[in-house]
Design a protein around this ligand. Structure first.
Ligand SMILES: *Cc1c(COP(=O)(O)O)cnc(C)c1O
Length: 471
């Protein structure tokens, strides 16, 4: 131990390290502050390694340490938020940023971001305008609503609508709909945060119209219906249809709000998805206000869309929380461009990545696998077995949890590497590759892999299997 302590004195000083040719050269391209931080962190790591009896003694040669520092600078200089190749087959992976945007949305962001825009400026009148007007008409056309507004995300939309319509009073919710989504969106908590008293009605599996009717009193300001996006109760269940709920609410002069979660603008049953009411169908039942996400099955940017009756929407817009949750101009540009595609449903299916991936036929996935397999074998050689197998993809993002999309994937079984090591190495590549493990194989699902990104996948696999460290 004392020998090891003595070694500490031979650790090069930060100043000596910073004046090595390697690091002075690096100053040309990297900020001094990063290089200094990397040097301090590296020396600190070496110090710890020396003092750890169990660890091998590090190389303390000046140039060897400078090389470690330079490698660290490269890591530190990488953007933190960066591109990832998703081969999991989960279309709307919340951890991977949900929906990829269509080209039209990307162009719209660029056009608006590069300079100034008419975000809140009415070009016809030459005076102040309102930002939601850029999408209101489109949303109404696509859903049959009278009026619409948009906020930062759907959790925000629900919170705002609750606060505006029932703040300081109470709202009825079926016990079967008191859901949690993604760990942080919990209906009882959102209601409390909106200043609305939650009145639970019915039971977990069955809620009848009379349960709602019996709970209405002079404090009741709203009936809330929540789409149970991420779970199902099977067996003897009962929920009250929108029409009945709307009729009851309107007899008492209160509105009904439905949080639809994903919010479909078109029917997707022809692609093997379970039947879900579209936003238009939901509004037709007489429900006053519907909220849904921009980045779930809609396939656009993160946003919360609120659509319904004009007087209810007016109240929502006037609430102070509306300002706090206002949508940003880049999101608005992407949302408008995405919504525009829906004016022609065929165009939407072709152009919006989520819809395109969702509607890919098995035969096309088989072809993608067949075309990819020889290219893949070329880069990995015989370091792994690779075969095409059947596998199902999922929608993800808390939407349609039970839907399974039949498809084909390439299953990789490395010979001299654990699957854990394979996934760790793939994650350290640039761009990182994220996939899934099933039955002791690493699956590559072409459904979520755009053709443009195939080259990145192959490059990562080549690096991983040629045992190079991906830096
Ligand atoms: C996803 C979801 C939300 C949250 O929407 P975000 O856009 O993620 O804020 C709220 N309610 C339901 C029913 C959902 O499915």
């Amino acid at each position: 131990m004392s020998d090891r302590r003595a070694l500490l004195r031979t650790l090069p000083s930060i100043d000596r390290l910073l004046s090595t040719p390697l690091l002075t050269e690096l100053e040309q391209t990297q900020p001094h502050i990063l290089i200094r931080a990397a040097a301090q962190n590296t020396v600190e790591d070496l110090r710890r390694q020396i003092l750890d009896d169990q660890a091998a003694l590090p190389d303390l040669d000046l140039n060897a340490v400078a090389t470690l520092i330079a490698a660290r600078v490269v890591q530190m200089a990488k953007p933190s938020l960066r591109k990832v190749i998703n081969v999991t087959g989960t279309l709307l992976h919340t951890n991977l940023g949900r929906a990829p945007l269509c080209k039209e949305a990307l162009q719209a962001i660029k056009d608006v971001a590069q300079g100034y825009s008419n975000l809140e400026y009415d070009l016809d009148e030459g005076k102040r305008g309102k930002r939601f007007t850029h999408v209101e008409e489109l949303i109404c056309k696509l859903t049959g609503g009278e009026a619409a507004t948009v906020v930062n995300n759907n959790a925000g939309a629900v919170m705002l609508a609750l606060a505006a319509l029932a703040g300081g009073r109470s709202a009825l919710v079926s016990r079967g709909e008191l859901i949690e989504i993604g760990g942080s969106f919990r209906i009882p908590d959102i209601m409390a945060a909106s200043g609305v008293d939650l009145v639970e009605v019915g039971t977990t599996n069955k809620t009848h119209l009379k349960d709602y009717a019996g709970a209405i009193d002079d404090k009741t300001a709203l009936i809330l219906k929540v789409h149970t996006s991420n779970y199902r109760i099977l067996g003897f269940t009962e929920a009250v249809a929108g029409e009945k709920l709307a009729e009851l609410a309107h007899q008492h002069d209160i509105p009904v709000l439905e949080d639809l979660g994903s919010g479909l603008l078109m029917d997707l049953t022809s692609f093997g998805l379970p039947r879900e009411p579209t936003v238009r169908e939901t509004l037709k039942t007489g429900i006053d206000l519907v909220t849904f996400s921009g980045d779930k099955l809609l396939g656009g940017p993160q946003a919360g869309i609120i659509v319904g009756n004009r007087d209810v929407i007016d109240k929502v817009r006037k609430h102070p929380i509306a300002r706090a949750l206002r949508i940003d101009k880049l999101t608005l540009a992407a949302l408008e461009a995405t919504l525009r595609q829906y004016l022609d449903p065929q165009k939407a299916l072709d152009k919006i990545p989520v819809l395109r991936m969702l509607s890919l036929p098995v035969a096309e996935l088989q072809q993608r696998c067949e075309a990819l397999l020889p290219r893949l074998t070329e880069v990995i050689g015989n370091a792994a077995d690779a075969i095409i197998i059947e596998a199902t993809a999922t929608v993800g993002g808390g939407a349609l949890p039970l839907a399974e999309l039949p498809g084909r994937v390439i299953a990789l079984a490395p010979k001299d590497m654990s699957l854990n090591e394979l996934t760790t190495r793939l994650r350290s590549c640039e761009p990182a590759v994220v996939g899934r493990i099933q039955d002791d194989k690493f699956l590559i699902d072409p459904r979520t892999l755009s053709s443009d990104d195939e080259v990145f996948l192959l490059q990562a696999l080549q690096q991983v299997f040629s045992l190079e460290r991906c830096l």
